[in-house]
Design a protein around this ligand. Structure first.
Ligand SMILES: Nc1ncnc2c1ncn2[C@@H]1O[C@H](COP(=O)(O)OP(=O)(O)OP(=O)(O)O)[C@@H](O)[C@H]1O
Ligand SMILES: [Zn+2]
Length: 664
């Protein structure tokens, strides 16, 4: 028997003739062609899925090649989706592969587009895209298999509207957070300095220009602490000067901008902090760094003597804040050495311990490289662990800050791991998870709903796999409990008011209308009703959310799509679905039962699941708390920090358990 026929024969025996014959016409969307995506694409092509669309926004990086086996070195910088499709197509001569080099969040991937698939498989690496696909699949009523891996751990979760929990039914654990005051003025661990550098300094210098003045005016009007606002204003002005210097071509070959940044953040700012003597009563004061002294080897961070507190000599910083320079240039503090650095046995550049001077040199060169990029037209630069310039900058500036605060330094390799939050990707984990994704996808396609399971790959050699029976949707979920509808419309000709009235029909309830978090109208405010959707920036791919004012009825979420090409020009500018969406009356929410840990049944269920794993009861349902609208204490800086997984807290007493800062 030929290989191809043998493969078909096995697949037919395993799948059964019915499902086997269904697969060639099954339309699959695979989102992500990275570590899991490559394995999964190979699996679904070989299983016999016949119509596969694979979408990925990224290009191939050298660092992907160790596990994303559909790519070769010659493919670096090319679209992942395109190359993955090219490589996998010959695995099954009958497969129809459609690669898309794009972001799944783009507006053309709207509800009708999602509805054109029989099943969606996620192979993503970030929460934001996962939540987006989850919402689109709930809106389009298309089954989704969600997955993820982290080192040796992995998870597969089948999601089906109205039948199972959706990805958003249970709030995801908040990423590890740090009090902002720790990040800003009292770091005590290398990770604090890395987060400061990655999330604060890099953004301040190379990120979007924020109208700090406007925000501060607003804060002042709201009666916030005047003195603090004055300090922030001064800081904003100083940063503005540095930002301008970074964006202006310099006559000076030595590029003054890098030095300006250094003098501000590693000297002047530290001296300002040292003035606040109270702050340093119970903790070691930082040391202001001296650019020329470090360069010529005369600067000593802290003179070596006994009686040091946490590696910082209590005399190390005088009242004026400057360190005492001496001629001894190699007194190391906690892994940061002033003099010659020991290299790792392997002598790899990335694993080299940086001296203070190394860090300063790296700081100057990386700042200059980033400044050149701004001057060559890049408008903003944000952190990417695979972007050498930003990684060098974060390595150098976090090590300089660590040195100033008497904290141990980190190598470039370690910074990459910590800032990029990398838990090493393990090809075997991806392969196992991809196999499990196919099993769950087959259950969904067969509609064997009683066989669906959340599957966990865990670090327990005796029981590497466990399954959890699926829970029903959380009745308070803000995503899968909405009643979805699609409107095909021309946003340039459709007014908000007429569309909402059209959707409500003879339903005369009082409602508020939102787009994302923006209120567009409410019962006492109808100013936007005559405005077109386009003028309100409500266009294809977005959702209008219609919320019952009394909170008695469910929410209607209306996804916008475009009119069919043959829609007559003189016909109404929108087409409503029929029948109109009618949300259910909301059930009263009963107080949640206290959450108990999942119970592991050590007895194998008989007969065994066909996945041969142990069943775990679902965790008792936690009711999602009302998403309270959080007042932003200090607007967009907080927003950016929060986007980076930081939450503004009031005190600095929280202890960190480890160095991992966030896990998707
Ligand atoms: N919004 C999105 N639209 C399309 N593809 C996305 C989106 N977000 C992430 N992806 C893709 O999902 C894939 C996830 O794969 P993986 O976790 O292996 O990440 P990676 O970037 O290839 O590797 P690593 O992060 O470990 O360096 C990536 O190829 C990424 O480009
Ligand atoms: Zn849900």
């Amino acid at each position: 028997m030929s290989t191809a026929r043998a493969r078909t024969a096995h697949a037919k025996a395993i799948l059964g003739p019915e499902l086997h014959d269904q697969l060639p016409n099954t339309k699959v969307l695979l989102v992500g062609a990275g570590g899991i995506g490559c394995e999964l694409l190979k699996n679904i092509v070989l299983t016999g899925f016949g119509k596969i669309t694979v979408l990925d926004l990224d290009t191939i990086d050298v660092s992907n090649l160790n596990r994303q086996f559909l790519f070769k070195k010659k493919d670096v910088k090319q679209s992942k989706a395109l190359i993955a499709a090219q490589t996998a197509a010959p695995f099954n001569p009958n497969v129809q592969l459609t690669p898309i080099f794009g972001n799944i969040k783009e507006p053309q991937y709207d509800i009708p587009w999602f509805q054109s698939f029989d099943i969606v498989l996620n192979a993503l690496d970030n929460l934001d895209a996962r939540r987006h696909v989850n919402k689109m699949c709930m809106a389009a009523q298309v089954p989704l298999v969600e997955s993820g891996t982290a080192g040796y751990l992995g998870q597969v979760q089948p999601l089906l509207k109205d039948r199972t929990e959706c990805f958003d039914c249970i709030p995801k654990p908040t990423p590890k957070t740090f009090p902002v005051c720790t990040i800003r003025s009292t770091p005590s661990q290398p990770i604090h300095c890395i987060v400061w550098s990655k999330s604060y300094l890099l953004g301040q210098l190379f990120g979007e220009d924020e109208d700090a003045g406007g925000e501060l005016d607003e804060a002042e009007q709201q009666g916030e602490n005047e003195q603090e606002i004055a300090t922030l204003r001064k800081e904003a002005l100083a940063f503005q000067a540095v930002r301008t210097a970074l964006r202006s071509p310099s006559e000076d070959a030595n590029k003054n901008a890098a030095r300006m940044v250094f003098e501000k953040v590693f000297n002047a700012d530290i001296k300002n902090l040292l003035i606040m003597a109270d702050m340093w009563r119970s903790r070691s004061p930082p040391v202001a760094l001296d650019f020329d002294g470090i360069m010529d080897g005369t600067f000593v961070l802290r003179p070596e003597k006994t009686g040091q507190i946490n590696g910082v000599d209590s005399n190390g910083a005088s009242g004026s804040g400057s360190a005492t320079p001496t001629s001894h240039a190699n007194g190391g503090v906690n892994g940061i050495s002033n003099g010659k650095a020991p290299t790792s046995p392997a002598g790899l550049k990335d694993q080299k311990t940086l001296t203070l001077r190394d860090s300063l040199l790296l700081f100057v060169t990386s700042t200059n490289r980033l400044a050149d990029r701004l001057q060559n037209g890049e408008s903003t630069i944000s952190f990417d662990k695979d972007d050498d310039d930003t990684l060098d900058f974060v390595t150098a500036s976090s090590n300089l800050r660590s040195a100033a605060y008497g904290i141990g330094g980190k190598t470039r390799w370690e910074v990459k791991e910590m800032a990029g939050n990398i838990i090493p990707a393990i090809a075997t984990t991806n392969a196992i998870i991809s196999g499990l994704i196919v099993l769950q996808a087959l259950h969904l396609l067969r509609k064997s709903h009683n066989k669906l399971r959340n599957v966990h790959l865990q670090y327990k050699p005796a029981v590497p796999l466990s399954t959890i029976n699926l829970s029903p949707p959380n009745p308070t979920c803000g995503i899968c409990r909405d009643t979805y509808a699609v409107v095909l419309c021309d946003p340039a000709r459709t007014c908000l008011g007429e569309l909402v009235s059209g959707i409500l029909g003879d339903d005369t309830r009082e409602v508020s209308v939102y787009e994302d978090k923006r209120v567009l109208s409410d019962p006492d405010w109808d100013d936007n009703n005559e405005r077109t959707l386009e003028s309100l920036n409500v266009t294809r791919g977005k959702f209008l959310t219609i919320v019952d004012e009394e909170g008695e009825w469910g929410t209607i979420a209306v996804g916008l799509s475009i009119l069919p090409p043959n829609h007559p020009a003189d016909a109404p500018p929108f087409i409503l679905q029929s029948p109109l969406p009618r949300p259910p009356r909301k059930a009263k929410v009963v107080a949640p039962a206290p959450a108990t840990p999942p119970r592991v049944s050590l007895k194998r269920s008989l007969p065994l699941d066909d996945d041969e794993v142990i069943d775990i009861e679902p965790t008792p349902k936690r009711v999602k708390s009302n998403p309270a609208v959080k007042a932003l204490a200090s607007p967009s800086k907080n927003r950016r920090l929060e986007e980076d997984g930081l939450i503004i807290m009031d005190n600095a007493n929280d202890q960190l358990q480890d160095d991992i800062i966030e896990i998707d």
